[in-house]
Design a protein around this ligand. Sequence first.
Ligand SMILES: [Cu+2]
Length: 112
Amino acid sequence: MKTLSIAIITLALTAPTAAFAQATQMDGMAMGQSGKETKAAVHQATGVVKNVDAGNGKVTLEHGPVKTLNWPAMTMTFGVKDKGLLDKLRAGQRVQVEFQEQGGSYVITSVK
Ligand SMILES: [Cu+2]
């Protein structure tokens, strides 16, 4: 129980930093593409599926570092762009995913 609490606190402290890093990067990108619709960057991660919440379209992933976002390895929850992707995800499975920032959260766009 104590270990779980520490894990949750660590995640809570890490998340805002990750969100800030993302916002900074997105701003830089928008400046370079004035006049055109900004397309969200695609990021890649490998990890292990911890939980699949099919009802809410959410997947919890214990993923490795994501260089494009300056993320350390962590466990976090992603949405899915297409609910059909949930069929490819099972708890305990090792996966490689692509994801994008969408409306302030992160959404898996493909699963390998
Ligand atoms: Cu993460």
